[in-house]
Design a protein around this ligand. Structure first.
Ligand code: ZN
Length: 597
């Protein structure tokens, strides 16, 4: 399909809220550097000695500086992400990265001095009402203190960072360089890994099976290198953990998410108990596809009928959903559209995927996506605007330092908004076959985030365990653990091809952020629980939800979620979520019944 025929053609960012042009952005970096130097000269060495009112002033000044940095930085990112071939955009991106590193080293002293204070001094400061807006973030920052090493040792560790990132780069580069000649019906063509993997949504079974075979064949040549990269990275993380006295490999991720280890473990356990839900669906799906049993390549095979959704219809759908829920949220959506904060047109030179970037108290968030007129794109738009309303309301009510939550909670409002819009799409869809497609897609995306991501977290746990026992993470060993964890999930409801033993080797999260994957599980389950609470008592839920959005990161996820009726420490929360999940699967099954009839 020619790009120009897509309905979001012309929906591009207007960057005027960030900077008028590249030259102004360059000047802004110079000015920020000067301001940061001046700030450091005046404030260095004072964090521990000033009183609460003066510390509040210091932190507010630092926040203002960081907000301007965020604005100038995103101007460079936005241009880099939409004008890959533009020399000015590329130069500016390089300048931004260099300047940012300089600024961060200049401003780092605030956090270090805060950590260096003794507990009594900290308690006295945090008891003062002046510091209340910052109190939670300051307290959370202190939790790193037991694991921070003396300055010289930290510097030595920092100096080794580029050696470790070399392993990360090697892992990514090997995958990025993969090019496989694959014939999807129009003669052999070179394919990247992502393009091959996308064929799992192809309606033709032979193409799906052949594409996955081609993936595994290509990975065979890489798996020793990929295993060596993972072994080096896990080995390094474990040695540094030992130096810092970190007892469990999952602890740093849990701390960043502000989640208790016992809560995460209870959640993962509840997910594993519910694996049979997915198996029920796989058996039903095999029947509707006319198969005895699903192969892995059939897991996401399309059922029902997709349809085109023009950009205007998508905007109306998201607007109606938000307005129905709470009009101020729809107003934020409209203002972002009106001010050109959404870039939806797919075009060459623009990055793939979708994201929302919150900027500052005075600039609304920016959203990037690639709208291709499919139903799934409406869901992506809804997801990103879940992030937008969260970012906007938090920035309105919290200091800059206190608006941004950890990853796990950050995905909750986006997933919740996405579920609201999906529900509306399903309700309003008149064609039974398209309804069946939407219902199946809702159930399968929940399975992908809840079940598959949990399976991956378990794979990681076991890999760290093996490495901690002094055994190397070889390709064979990783393959063994990978297949065992996958079999625990899929059971005998789905056949795994022999090549899938290398399925671990292309997952970037394992390399970049350990235990990243459970955040998706968490967000989807919590969003399901929230949906149940919303249905129970709409009147009470909506204001409590708006409060949560405005509370940003000013308290822990446990305390943020309590007022909306979700107690993370209560096993009932996960039971409620799986009740919703079960309902989703039952509705998807009923959708298939209509197709059969
Ligand atoms: Zn998201």
């Amino acid at each position: 399909m020619a790009v120009s025929s897509l309905s979001a053609s012309g929906v591009r960012w207007n960057l005027d809220d960030l900077a008028p042009n590249a030259e102004a952005a360059r000047e802004a970096w110079d000015e920020l550097l000067a301001r940061s130097r001046d700030f450091a000269n005046r404030r260095r060495g004072t964090v521990g000695s000033v009183g609460p009112a003066e510390l509040f002033a210091l932190l507010s000044e630092l926040d203002a500086l960081y907000e301007d940095i965020a604005r100038t930085r995103f101007y460079a990112t936005a241009r880099e992400h939409t004008e890959a071939a533009d020399a000015e955009a590329n130069d500016l991106a390089t300048l931004a990265r260099d300047r940012l590193a300089d600024l961060e080293s200049l401003l780092l002293f605030v956090d270090l001095e805060w950590l260096a204070l003794d507990d009594a001094a900290v308690d006295a400061l945090l008891a003062a009402p002046e510091l209340e807006p910052y109190a939670h973030r300051l307290r959370v920052a202190r939790e790193e203190k037991p694991y921070v090493l003396p300055e010289g040792e930290e510097q030595a560790l920092n100096a080794r960072r580029s050696a470790i990132s070399a392993w990360e780069s090697l892992h990514g580069r090997e995958l990025a360089m993969l090019s496989v000649d694959f014939d999807a019906g129009e003669g052999p063509e070179p394919h990247t890994l992502d393009r091959l993997l996308a064929y799992v949504h192809n309606p033709e079974r032979e193409i799906r099976l052949a594409a996955l075979d081609a993936v595994y064949e290509a990975l065979t040549g890489l798996s020793d290198v990929q295993a060596a990269c993972y072994d080096a990275i896990v080995g390094d993380r474990l040695s540094v953990d030992r130096l810092r006295g970190i007892p469990e490999p999952m602890d740093p991720t849990n701390r960043a998410n502000e989640l208790e280890g016992s809560v995460v473990e209870a959640m993962i356990g509840a997910v594993e108990e519910n694996y049979p839900l997915a198996r029920r669906w796989f058996v039903r799906k095999a029947a509707v596809l006319g198969l005895d049993k699903l192969q892995l390549a059939d897991q996401y095979a399309p059922v029902g009928t997709d349809r085109r959704v023009e950009w205007g219809e998508a905007v109306t759908m998201v607007d109606d959903t938000l307005r129905d829920f709470s009009p101020p949220l729809a107003d934020i959506f409209q203002t972002c559209l009106d001010r050109g904060h959404v870039d939806a047109e797919p075009r060459s030179g623009k990055v793939g995927g979708a994201y929302c970037s919150s900027i500052s108290k005075s600039v609304l968030p920016y959203v990037l996506m690639n709208y291709t007129d499919q139903l799934r794109d409406v869901i992506t738009l809804a997801h990103e605007f879940g992030h937008v309303v969260h970012g906007t309301l938090s920035l309105e009510r919290q200091p800059y330092r206190g608006y941004h939550t950890g990853l796990a909670l950050a995905e909750v409002p986006s997933t919740f908004t996405q579920l609201l819009v999906v529900e509306r799409l399903i309700e309003q869809e008149e064609d039974p076959s398209t309804r069946a497609m939407l219902l199946a897609d809702r159930a399968e995306s929940a399975m992908a985030s809840i079940f598959r991501q949990t399976m991956m977290a378990r794979f990681e746990q076991r890999s760290y365990g093996i490495r901690a026992e002094g055994k190397a993470l070889t390709s064979d060993r990783l393959a063994g653990v990978w297949i065992e964890e996958n079999e625990r999930y899929y059971g005998d409801a789905l056949d795994l091809p022999a090549g899938y033993r290398l399925g671990w080797s292309y997952i970037p999260h394992f390399i970049h952020v350990r235990f990243y994957t459970y955040a998706y599980t968490f967000a989807h389950l919590v969003a399901f629980s929230l949906l149940a609470r919303y249905r129970e008592d709409r009147e009470a839920f909506v204001p409590a939800w708006l409060d949560l959005l405005g509370n940003g990161a000013s308290r822990s996820p446990q305390d943020l979620l309590m007022p909306v009726g979700v107690d993370l420490r209560d096993p009932e929360t996960w039971a409620l979520a799986f009740g919703e999940f079960d309902r989703c699967i039952a509705e998807a099954e009923a959708g298939l019944d209509v197709l059969d009839a």
